[in-house]
Design a protein around this ligand. Sequence first.
Ligand code: ADP
Length: 548
Amino acid sequence: QFPFGRRLPCDIYWHGVSFHDNNIFSGQVNKFPGMMETVRKITLSRAMRTMQDLFPLEYNFYPRSWILPEELPLFVAEVRMLKDRNPSWKPTFIVKPDGGCQGDGIYLIKDPSDIRLTGSIQSRPAVVQEYICKPLLVDKLKFDIRLYVLLKSLEPLEIYIAKDGLSRFCTEPYQEPTLKNLHQVFMHLTNYSLNIHSGNFIHSASVNTGSKRTFSSILCRLSSRGADVKKLWSDIISLVIKTIIALTPELKVYYQSDIPAGKPGPTCFQILGFDILLMKNLKPILLEVNANPSMRIEHEQELSPGVFENVPSPVDEEVKVAVIRDTLRLVDPQKKKRRDTQCLLYPGVADGKLQLKPGKIQVQCGMKDKQHKHHSLKLSLKLKFYLKLGSCQSLEQAPEGSEELPEAALPSLCLKQVFPKYAKQFSYLRLVDRVAALFIRFLGVKGTTKLGPTGFRTFIRNCKLSNSNFSMAAVDILYIDITRRWNSMGIDHKESGMCLQAFVEAFFCLAQKKYKSLPLHDQVASLIELCECRLAALRGKRLVWGCG
Ligand code: ADP
């Protein structure tokens, strides 16, 4: 609780919308700086495109997308080319305004010329995306999955996935898009906020019927039809890990800017909502990532015309309560303290059978500094449970009447760790992370997210990337060209300089120049290795000089 006027710091800060407070110096905050910006439709599409360029097969779970208005000519040209190559291809596209949610402003088109080029597209950029025409249907209805993912830590990367999620249903039987049905939102868009207004929406007290069901109930049904549910889960886990790997470079730039390394600051964690569509062949497709998923466990019911009441929603309750409860269990600061306490007390225990009764103990440590001044530190520990040292049951066995709820009394965790558990399989995808580490290293002044021209020059010089074919003047031109273009796209005018995505583009450019004959992935990987190697050598040299 944070009562007005409180001065003491908290263990956990639970913010409603975003990370916004830079007066927090300790504890944990439930939002990462920059998460909202990073998962916006355009930023997410850009990050996914970069990964698709490097790893086309691994990232084919994200629909082909273009950013409007800047990529309108590219969109038109690519669709024309694809249609020429394959005349039987009759695509549909979905236009989604950037920063929109709950289906707001979304519409379907059959041809690039149908984009509504009113003033709005200039003032409100959008993503246009290939529409998945053959989704998996249940009861003839299209549905999508909302899965909750806990990003527990960015460095080292720790990801948990909730074992159950929600399935949100359309309210009109699905038909593949035609010019006639393109506008029927209750048929094509699965948003709860839209479908709730349909007369066909069914609020159900059961978790496996109605317009909102648990994902596990769908899995049960699929399994009874003989579907390979294990493979589906493993594909979903892989989609989540790969998506977060695509987001981490940008998040790290925001993180170091808001919470500079070496200064007191909180750590962060965040619950994300992943919206996933299943294709007919059970392939999961990522629709979007929500930085602030709704955690409501009730819905409005109209008792009489104009009179509404909030009533509990059993499906939401079943899924969401477990997500919040387990997030708190995983980030529980008391858990860490309990572990530390146990470690602290161990050395003094001879036979490992010490029992401490609930109450208060005080520990006083004394030490002398270089000037032989004596300092003492008093620690007060309030024990609310028995510690039975030397036994692995120690922390589980709280006595009756204790305020602590023993772990054993709680249901098993619904959040399943997937990273670092599966790190070995996915670590090779973290190439852009390494480019971001180079970027952050040359940012210079703490608190910025953009690289100035001097920083870029220093990067080139320290990595020894300029030569007779690539002069420092050419380096400056590359910097100016790319930076100007990215800044004209008007994403963030607060700071001048080169943003991470512009740096990534420049880096790819340099890699292509240096390793012409290799495929893009190998070009980038080779340049990263070269840069890391040269920077390590430079550091080694500086250390030697320092010693000398
Ligand atoms: P919003 O944030 O406004 O909800 P979404 O990206 O989630 O935007 O899209 C809204 C709905 O549109 C989704 O829930 C889904 O039903 C449908 N949808 C979005 N993208 C696609 C796509 N590429 N193919 C098929 N359906 C899609």
